[in-house]
Design a protein around this ligand. Structure first.
Ligand code: FAD
Ligand code: NAP
Length: 309
């Protein structure tokens, strides 16, 4: 027997938590599902200094503040990994998790995205043994050592600055000769003498001694030269892929798997909303996820009211 709710929010990152806050404050019965700890990507972020109201706050601390506010009007936090979602002929949504089924007339998808892999030799083999995707989680293991960061976006540059506080030296390897990161993050990184840049270069292999990473093989795209660079760890920040596998049969995603919505966060299925990083949109940030969540949370109330008429 499925557990019945007015609204099911899938994902408890900033987008999902805000949708749950708005829907439960409108007196709806809300389940907020996550397969991990609440907070989403904020748990992997050291310092957040572009979320209004806080000059600077640690990601996990912001996650805790948001969680406490999201459950204050009675939203249930339900642990579960969503495997699939279906919509029946009465337009009731069935959310199937690894531990049961929930159903509701309205659903907010807030599953975000996850890190993209380089897919090169050594990446799987040394994952957790020198290969990392999270400086906040693993940076402390590299105190006084040398690390390599791959990527040129906000994550690579911001997390390099975080790592530079712990390690001896950070070598950022980027495939072009210009960073994609915000100007303020670039300026700080260029001014940091513990951070160096290797331009127009890709990492082609991660090498180790069988136990741990000892170096990376790089290929310079200008000179064609391959070089073995010694390193104690490699942090990979090359963007994200959407977490939309459970929704792929619903016809609400684009070719790359991002969910398409209108500006009210509505998908093409009545009563199904999507918010935050999982959407096809340009600026993926905490503040935009929160904004989306507010719109969708209120949208679920309006949708349920419309069903009464
Ligand atoms: P997420 O935070 O990704 O949360 C999605 C949630 O859904 C997760 O908890 C996940 O466990 C859950 N989930 C996924 N699939 C399922 C499933 N099948 N079943 C159940 N649960 C599921 N933004 C800023 O504004 N400022 C910053 O300083 C900043 N720094 C960043 C640093 C890094 C290293 C990274 C990676 C991102 C950073 N961002 C920053 C971006 C910001 O974290 C994201 O834009 C934001 O977290 C997106 O929120 P969200 O709610 O859409 O998704
Ligand atoms: P991103 O913006 O997509 O940048 C990915 C970077 O990796 C790009 O520089 C890209 O190179 C490079 N790259 C992609 N595929 C690669 C490959 N196969 N091999 C080598 N390099 C590759 O991803 P992100 O930096 O993780 O940021 C994701 C989102 O989170 C963004 O919206 C960002 O604004 C947000 N974010 C915000 C903050 C903040 O506000 N402080 C901090 C972190 C993240 P090219 O440049 O050549 O494409």
């Amino acid at each position: 027997m499925a557990d019945k709710y007015d609204v099911i929010v899938i994902g408890a990152g900033p987008g999902g938590m805000t949708a749950a806050l708005y829907a439960s404050r409108a007196n709806l019965k809300v389940a907020m599902l996550d397969r991990g700890v609440y907070g989403g990507q904020m748990n992997n972020t050291a310092e957040v200094e572009n979320y209004t109201g806080f000059k600077s706050i640690l990601g996990p601390d912001l996650a805790e503040e948001m969680y406490q506010s999201s459950i204050q009007f009675g939203a249930d936090f339900v642990y579960g990994s969503v495997q699939k979602m279906t919509v029946d002929q009465d337009n009731i949504k069935h959310v199937i998790t690894d531990s049961g089924e929930l159903e509701a007339p309205a659903v907010v998808i807030a599953t975000g995205s996850q890190y993209r892999k380089l897919q090169i030799p050594g990446e799987e083999e040394y994952s957790g043994k020198g290969v990392s995707y999270c400086a906040v989680c693993d940076g402390a293991f590299y105190r006084n050592k040398k690390v390599t960061v791959v990527g040129g976006g906000d994550s690579a540059v911001e997390e390099s600055a975080y790592l530079a506080k712990l390690v001896d030296h950070v070598n950022v390897v980027h495939r072009r000769d210009q960073l994609r990161a915000q100007k303020i993050l670039q300026d700080r990184a260029f001014a940091n003498d513990k951070i160096g840049f290797t331009w127009n270069t890709v990492v082609t292999e991660i090498v180790g001694d069988g136990q741990k990473v000892t170096g990376v093989m790089t290929h310079n795209k200008d000179t064609g030269k391959d070089t073995l660079v010694e390193t104690d760890g490699i942090f990979i920040y090359i963007g994200n892929v959407p977490m939309t596998e459970p929704f792929k049969d619903l016809g609400i995603t684009n070719e790359q798997g991002w969910i398409i919505t209108d500006d009210q966060m509505k998908t093409s299925i009545p009563g199904v909303f999507a918010v935050g990083d999982v959407r096809d949109k340009k600026l993926r940030q905490i503040t935009t996820a929160v904004g989306d969540g507010g719109i969708a949370g209120q949208g679920t109330f309006d949708y349920l009211e419309s069903l009464k008429n």
